[in-house]
Structure formats: C-alpha cells, structure tokens
Write a protein of this length. Structure first.
Length: 602
C-alpha cells in the first residue's frame, strides 16, 4: 500500500506522475515505479529509494506516452526490492497494475494461477491481480477487471492499463481511497488529494465496489455524480523556512488549534456550536454510552477525550483500538454512539469498526481532518479538525486539534445534560485562550533543544503522567519511538511501582508530566520513588512551581489552564523533544522508517 496516481490526457504523463508521487512522499514509502503506455507498448520503471532523488530527464525518449500509472510502495507482502515495487504485470506483459490494500486470498489465487502456467516475478499479493486480470482479458480492459475482482477477497484501490487496450485507465475501489480529478478533457486519478490539487480542484470520490473507465474523451463510473471541489488549504505542502515539516507543524499549532474553534464557541452562553452534529442533536441528548475508536496517536487523543466526556458530559465512555473493536464482541445498541477519530479519514481498521457498529444500529460519528474522506462519508455525522494537511508522518498538529475538538464535544454534550452555565462559561473562556497559551508554550523550543543534546545518547526512556496526562505520557513515548528510534515506554505514574520501576537506574531517564492539577501530589510521590533509585528525571510543570526544581534534574514549564485542557499544552514540549532527539541522532524525522501516514490496510 501507499500512494497511487494515474494520468490520461494530452500531455506527457511522466512529469505529472512524478510530481504527484512527490506530493505523496509524506505518507512514507520504500520504493516507487510507473508504467507509461504510448500506443505501441508499455514502458515501466521501478526503483527502491526516494522519488526526490529521481531525475525523469534521464529516461531520454522513453516513456513519452500520455497515459500512465504510478505508485509509491510501503511494503506489506515481500521485501523492499525493485521486483516487489509497483506496477506489477502479467505473464504476457499486457496488464499493468498499481494497488493499495491487501488481497487476503492471494496465496490461493496464486497457486491456481501457477497451475495454469503463470510465472510470478515478485513476492507481493498485488501481482496476483495482474495475472488474474490478464487471464480474463479478451480485448476489453474494464470487463477483465470486473471479472477478476469477483474472485478477490480483501481491500483494494487499483489503477490498471493494458498494452492491448491503450488510451484507457480502469480504476476500482473497495475500502481504499481513490479520487478522479477532471480538467477539460484530461483526467488524473490518485489515492491522495494532495497529488491532484496542482492539476485540478474538481474531483469525484469513488465509492466502495465502484469501477470507473477513463479515456482521453470521458469517463464512466457506476454512479453519475457532480464533481466536488477540494479545499485550497488541503494543498499546502511547503515547509517554508523550516528544516522539516515536523517542526513547521509543531510550531504552527497555535493557528491549527484556533481553526477548529472559529465560529464554534458561544462564550457568554457556555456553549459549543457544532454544525456537523445538528442533524443528530436529538439522538445525542438521549445517548447513554459512547465508544471511541481510533488507531495510533488518534487512539491516545480518544483516551484524553474519555476523561473529558465522563467528567463534564457524564457519559460512560470507552476507548478501543479500532483494530480490536470488532473482534471482541462489543456490546452496542441504539443507545450507543461510536465516535471514530482519524486524521486521514481512511484508516482501514477504523472504517471496518464503523461498518461493524452500523450493522448493530449504533449512531456513528467522526472527528476527521481530511474533507470528503471515507470516514466522513460512512458516518452519520461528525466534526472536522480543519488543521490543514499534515505532512509529517508522526502526527503533531492533528493530535492537538483532535484534543481541541474533543473538548468542544465535551462542552456540547455536557450542556445538553447537567453541566452548569457557570462551568460551561468557564470552559468556553479557557478553550478560547488556548491558542495564546500554545504560543507561549512553543517558546520552550530552545530549552528543549539543549535538553535533547544532554539526553541524546540515552537509549531508554520512561514517560509518566496521571489522569488527563496519562495518555500524554503514552503519546510522548510513542513520538520518541517513532522519530528517534529510542526505546520509550509510557505509564500511568502510579503503575511504576508495580513492575517497571525495576528498570530504573542512572542510565534510564524518566520524563514526568506533573502539572499543578488534582493529582499533582500523587505524581510528585511517584517522581520521588524514581529519584530514590537514582533515575534522572525531566519534569514538565506548571509555571510558578519552584518546588519541583528541588527534585527533578531538569524542568520545563507550561502555562496554567484548566486541568482538562492541560494535555493540549503538555504534549507540545514532548513533540519538540522527540523532534530534536531525532534530528540529533540523524533520523529522518518527516518520514520515519517503516511508517506510513495513512494506513489503508488492516
């Protein structure tokens, strides 16, 4: 899986495809390739490594066709080699395929095809598709694709071209995003809107089980729909004067937190106005239980949301990894709402969990950043983050915007119930202050950089926190692992004495999140336990707390705010710490190894 792009029109396809691949680099990948049809044959190029190092002019006169497909691969089946890179082709070198997703029954299909004489060149599941489509090809590409997909179990977003049916791209989707962009007789298809935006803003989002046939003159899709308009802001992929997208996205969080607040707070009435929830407002008032489903960093945002929703909205809330949700027989019914949290809106595990919930008649909601994405279309109602495109693979600004939206949701649902006007006003007033407090928090960057220099040689870290900042400890550990490849673990501070503290020594630092909140004294006791065993401690504390300097080796301060909002501030120094550690240790902080931005396989 990773990024798909295809072009058919009047121009040389290669520059358009290469530019599209570059605009999807942020998703993470290990190899790339493309196939170009020129009416006489199909030219294919594949390479392990970065598209940014590729100069298409070196191809000379090859690949001058006006129809082509391309792909960046993040391996799921088979090693990172040119043979395993996409596109893949059939034995007769007639059919060429790029694919996102997983073919679950590929081994069975492969064995059947091998018995029929097909010779496989790769270890991938995708190559099965090429041979299968070629098997059914009798001059009509779309009919061959249709027949082949009837044999397939799994998920896919595919683009296919044929040597013997040129001037045509056939695309199909099942649980893996694909968009068709249109522009005055030219067409571009992609799995990511960023690859389309320089070409056109008019797109059609393909739906599950749809197949589209695209020619230079027109396209045909199962359901005729008017093109949607992509938002201009989604195209912003310039890192400006910053050395990395990750640092840029950390430093712009005051703005990206302000964005989801615009027009959504009625401070004098202590209310949150969430237009996306208006169609289900009555159902939400009767809600008796909420399940939050998410993966990775979004899951940790959900854990913070659990504290917010139970404390201020009075709704029993449970948070599940989406990858586990549908396998544990969850008890859900019409009094239950399922809230999916996802930056991309395309996370395969989360989509599968939504479908499971819908089968049980649960109300489905979403907190999503990507406009028009699959989760947006699958859920009954939801809220956009509006934080703009996040390029860094490890989430930063999307996470804090998710926390902000969850705070708005807690206020919205709380005021439907028993949350008082006075408390609602207090929360609304403080949420409104958060962008300014984030600006102040970001001024610790230089101090964090010095801390990273001090601790860069340590290979093990603990992150601890309690209550609202327990999930932030988990997120701090996750960021350090993702970005600097340091072994890090997050724990509830009270759990250290139940096992993990056995690892503490002078070479095992702890990052303790200890704001002046309702569990401050408890967390201080846990820090004392670590210091007694000679463990170095970096403490994150509230401004004005001088006592913590007596125990911690290093202290970072954040401004004071409501306890429920401290995670929005406390996570920022942890993001900066992971960033500077990664840079100092020579890591690719924007594209960490083995990771992908949008995980479209289960």
């Amino acid at each position: 899986m990773c990024g798909i792009i295809g072009y058919i029109g009047k121009k040389n396809a290669i520059p358009i495809l290469v530019n599209g691949l570059r605009r999807m680099e942020y998703r993470g990948y290990d190899s790339f390739g493309f196939s170009i049809a020129d009416g006489e044959g199909v030219f294919t190029f594949k390479k392990v490594g970065k598209i940014s190092d590729f100069d298409s002019s070196l191809l000379g006169l090859k690949g001058k066709g006006q129809t082509g497909i391309a792909h960046t691969r993040w391996g799921t089946h088979g090693e990172i080699t040119e043979k395993n890179a996409h596109p893949h082709w059939g034995s007769k070198k007639n059919i060429f395929v790029v694919h996102n997703g997983i073919i679950e029954n590929y081994q069975q299909l492969k064995e059947e095809l091998e018995k029929e004489g097909c010779k496989f060149a790769s270890q991938t599941d995708t190559e099965v598709l090429a041979h299968l489509i070629e098997k059914y090809f009798q001059g009509n590409l779309e009919e061959a694709v249709r027949k082949a997909l009837k044999k397939v179990q799994g998920t896919y977003g595919i683009a296919v071209i044929a040597r013997d049916d040129p001037q045509k791209i056939v695309v199909a989707r099942l649980s893996s995003p694909l968009l068709i962009g249109t522009n005055d007789g030219e067409y571009i298809i992609a799995s990511d809107p960023n690859a389309i935006l320089p070409f056109t803003k008019k797109v059609i989002n393909m739906e599950d089980n749809e197949i589209a046939t695209i020619t230079p003159d027109n396209f045909f899709i199962m359901k005729e729909r008017e093109p949607e308009t992509l938002e201009e802001g989604e195209a912003e992929v310039d890192k400006g004067d910053y050395p990395h997208f990750m640092l840029k996205e950390i430093m712009e969080q005051a703005e990206t937190i302000a964005n989801p607040l615009r027009g959504r707070l009625i401070e004098e009435e202590g209310l949150a106005k969430l237009g996306g929830l208006e169609p289900v407002k009555g159902k939400l008032k009767e809600l008796k239980r909420l399940n939050i489903i998410a993966c990775g960093t979004a899951y940790l945002a959900g854990l913070v949301g659990e504290y917010m929703l139970e404390e201020y909205a009075g709704i029993p809330t449970e948070v599940d990894y989406a990858s586990e949700f549908r396998y544990r027989k969850p008890i859900i019914n019409r009094d239950t709402a399922i809230l999916a949290v996802s930056q991309s809106g395309e996370t395969a595990d989360t989509l599968a969990a939504i479908q499971e919930a819908k089968e049980k008649d649960a109300l489905t909601l979403g907190i999503v950043n990507a406009v028009g994405s699959s989760i947006v279309r699958e859920t009954d109602a939801g809220i956009y983050n509006h934080c703009g495109t996040e390029i860094g693979v490890a989430s930063t600004k999307a996470f804090t915007s998710q926390l902000t939206v969850l705070a708005l949701l807690a206020l919205f649902l709380g005021r439907q119930r028993e949350l008082s006007l006075v408390m609602g006003q207090r929360i609304a007033k403080e949420i409104k202050r958060i962008p300014k407090l984030v600006e102040k928090t970001l001024t610790v960057d230089a101090q964090i950089k010095e801390l990273a220099k001090k601790y860069k040689k340590y290979d093990d870290f603990f992150f601890i926190g309690r209550k609202y900042n327990y999930p932030i400890a988990l997120e701090g550990a996750l960021k350090l692992k993702e970005i600097s490849y340091v072994h890090a673990e997050g724990y509830g501070a009270g759990e250290m004495k139940h096992g993990p503290i056995a690892l503490i020594n002078k070479n095992f630092p702890t990052f303790a999140i200890c704001p002046s909140d309702s569990v401050y004294q408890k967390t201080m006791s846990n820090i004392e336990e670590i210091k007694t065993r000679k463990g170095p401690v970096i403490a994150l504390a509230t401004e004005g707390n001088k006592d913590i300097k007596k125990i911690a080796d290093d202290v970072i301060y954040i401004p004071k705010t409501l306890e429920m909002l401290t995670p929005i501030l406390s996570v920022i120094p942890l993001q900066l710490f992971a960033y500077h550690m990664g840079v100092l240790r020579g890591c690719d902080v924007d594209k960490p190894r083995n990771l992908a931005k949008s995980v479209t396989v289960e």
